[in-house]
Design a protein around this ligand. Sequence first.
Ligand code: GAP
Length: 544
Amino acid sequence: MDKIVALCKRRGFIFQSSEIYGGLNGFWDYGPLGVELKRNVKEAWWRDMITNHDEFSTPPGAPSAFSMVGLDCSLIMHPQVWKCSGHYDLFHDMMSDCRETKRRFRFDQIRGRWVHVEKDARGIHRYFIMTDADTPEAGLEDTVVKACKFFDVRRKDAEAALTWQSPGLVGITPKDNLAHVVTPGATQPGTMTEPREFNLMFKTTIGALGGAEDAAFLRPETAQGMFVNFKNVLDTQRVRVPFGIAQMGKSFRNEITPRNFTFRSREFEQMEMEFFCHPDQSRAWYQYWRDRRYQWYLSHGLGSDRLRLRDHAADELSHYSVGTADVEYAFPFCEPGEFGELEGVAHRGDFDLRSHMEGKLVRDASGCLAVETGADGKPRHPGSGKDLVYFDDQSRERYVPHVIEPAAGADRATLAFLCESYHEDAQPDEKGALQPRVVLKLHPRLSPIKVAVLPLVKKDGMPELGLELYRNFKRAGIPSYFDQQAAIGKRYRRQDEIGTPWCITVDGQSLQDQTVTLRDRDSLEQVRMPVNRVIDEIAARLRG
Ligand code: GAP
């Protein structure tokens, strides 16, 4: 992972936000190459969802043909949106602070047993935060390794931690534990605060007066824009259920512990789609989107052994969901056997449309969704009161559509493509000596630059012919690069490192017979072809 982070900075893919002021935790800037890579990821998603979608044919595996439309909604929405969606009450993590070191922890990362290790040099009993009480014994070694990493202690020093099963320590409450625990970097035990709720939405104020009633939130997801515009889309577009509304754009979450490069940031981009369908067909549609979204990642180059589709267990489901599957990727920062979420595909039932119609829903004692009421019996968070029921004018049926939601992160997808494509090897230079090579084997459609035009030497008309070709690529809308500095092998390696799939070399023969060589980044194969055919060739390879 360190090598990938270093490459991202060195070659201008991703920089720390506000770096000259020391950076801002959880915020990132995409550099000149990173912005192109992320744009290509988003474009590939939009093309799959919207541009290339044919509403008159049934894709393989889909229950029927369907329409797809796009939206681009505001980042700040009416505060009632977040009350009805459940984010206002429920979108929080539990956190604990260390009063001494001022470090903050997400409680689910540290919750569990505290294990007595030994007196340290200062005579203080040190305790290490371990795992959930019900972690099977088989997971113990793994847990010790993780705890050591988390607390920056040597494995040897944690040997005594294996006494974790000592009867005196089993079953003590977190409250007791907090009194004994020494958090990393602290000198005293018991500096950890009781866990408390922390809402992840960023608050802001609308207008100049700034009273409590002017409070608003930056959107924590793009999804709600699609629900509140459901009727607008129905009324203005010639769409019938089933259809989908897609949107991509920024979302904001005040994450307690942003980490793992861009994986968990406080400002990030989502690519979400809400698919509205008949309740009786919703399970079939859920299956369709679950499988199709997994295939999308495969077809853009994520290897199947590091990518998986995982169905959530019932106790993992969000408050609204009746079924969710995650597309996950084994990022280099994941522990062995662990994966990070790229996308969640959720069956949301009619929760969202009903909430925006009737008021915030909760599950009642029988497990059914019902409007949550206050002490006065009125809805605690009233809905819009607008009729969001769908009327099918062919079957004459009225119903609230069910929703299937594939929700992806553009930054996480971009990071996964970067990680998957990173390779190191060695290639012979002009003199036959092996030179180490870093190569990003990105899918050509994702590569920031598609083709580099390289005159073999800076004389004899080669630069002129190369520049003309470079300009023709630009005119054809194919991102290209012209480079005449340094030995040709070095220039190839520069392009390999940023994932450029093809290099074109203009050499002495080019001036005589109007041919150039086309080099492939992955196979390293070089073919000679007429210069007037090379743009069509690259365009065809990109389409293919
Ligand atoms: N509308 C449903 C929803 O927002 P989510 O699982 O919370 O679901 C969807 O988010 C996707 O957004 C995630 O799978 C992930 O790719 C991305 N995402 C969520 N939080 C993120 C964060 N803090 N940093 C980067 N990406 C994030």
